[in-house]
Design a protein around this ligand. Structure first.
Ligand code: ASP
Length: 284
């Protein structure tokens, strides 16, 4: 199927106002969306585009993913990431350390196909066997992160539909600041923080404990089914989360026809979306 309306949308995390990092996060989202969009324009798959966009965000220290991840209570980085295609292939990693790009490791889990989610040291062993070099734990801790143990969130995510109508979703995070060691959030749990299906895809951010209880990403995609646009589905899903948990969250979505939408109930959530024939649009 040739899809005349490819689309991509990225988020840089729902949370409190990020002060002096506000503009940097918006610029990071724009750069990442452009990176993913280029992959789509080059004829690559939605999965490639989502992985490329998230890698760019993981490498940008202004976000809580990859380099710049939040520190847990022990002052260590433990990251979660997931990648999923609309044909239900999925790969995820939880509580991994010493990996520069957890989204790439999630991709390798997806391609390997034996399992959906690998955690902790087992995931790091898998990375070694897959030829992904480990980096010293300190390499992922930025000075700012170490000094402030920042409170504001900056998880990253991306959903896209490519020129052949393939759909994908991905999310990557260092998790909530000062989390207990071993805590796993919504991000790597398929259907919670990340989901792609035939109708569309969703990537979530916000309080993982609330998002998990609402199975928010799958709930959001299911809400597309009744003729809702991605924007309406995202608004409805965030509304349900507020009503039932009182938590804060944000969702970005794309549907199979290339419409994008997002919603959040946090102070801010930087986003950038690009659709065919249009200039990139950034917003909080
Ligand atoms: N959802 C992430 C988690 O709970 C955090 C975030 O999105 O900021 O791990």
């Amino acid at each position: 199927m040739v899809n005349p309306r490819p689309a991509i949308i990225v988020h840089g995390g729902a949370g409190r106002g990020s002060g002096e990092w506000r503009e940097a996060r918006l610029a990071g989202c724009l750069a990442a969306a452009r990176t993913g969009w280029k992959a789509i324009e080059d004829g690559r798959t939605a999965l490639d585009a989502v992985e490329a966009a998230i890698r760019a965000l993981e490498d940008d220290p202004h976000f809580n993913a990859g380099t710049g991840s939040s520190l847990n209570q022990a002052g260590e980085v433990e990251m979660d990431a997931a990648l999923m295609s609309g044909t239900l292939e999925a790969g995820a990693v939880a509580a991994v350390s010493g990996i520069r790009n957890p989204i790439h490791l999630a991709r390798r889990v997806l391609e390997d196909g034996r399992h959906v989610l690998l955690a902790g040291p087992g995931a790091c062993d898998f990375a070694r066997r897959a030829g992904i070099p480990s980096v010293p734990a300190e390499a992922l801790i930025t000075r700012t992160q170490h000094e402030r143990w920042r409170q504001s969130h900056g998880t990253v995510g991306c959903v896209a539909v490519d020129r052949d109508g393939r759909i994908a979703a991905g999310t990557s995070t260092g998790g909530t600041p000062r989390k207990l060691p071993g805590r796993v959030g919504d991000t790597p749990l398929i259907g919670c923080g990340t989901y792609a299906g035939a109708a569309g895809a969703a990537s979530c951010t916000g309080l993982g404990e609330a998002i998990i209880k609402m199975v928010l990403a799958k709930t959001s995609v299911d809400l597309l089914g009744s003729g809702r646009s991605p924007k309406e589905a995202a608004q409805k899903a965030v509304g349900l989360l507020s009503e039932h948990t009182g938590g804060q969250a944000g969702v970005i979505m794309v549907d199979r026809l290339g419409a994008v939408g997002y919603a959040h109930n946090a102070e801010e959530m930087p986003v950038c979306h690009i659709t065919a024939g249009n200039q990139p649009i950034t917003a909080f």
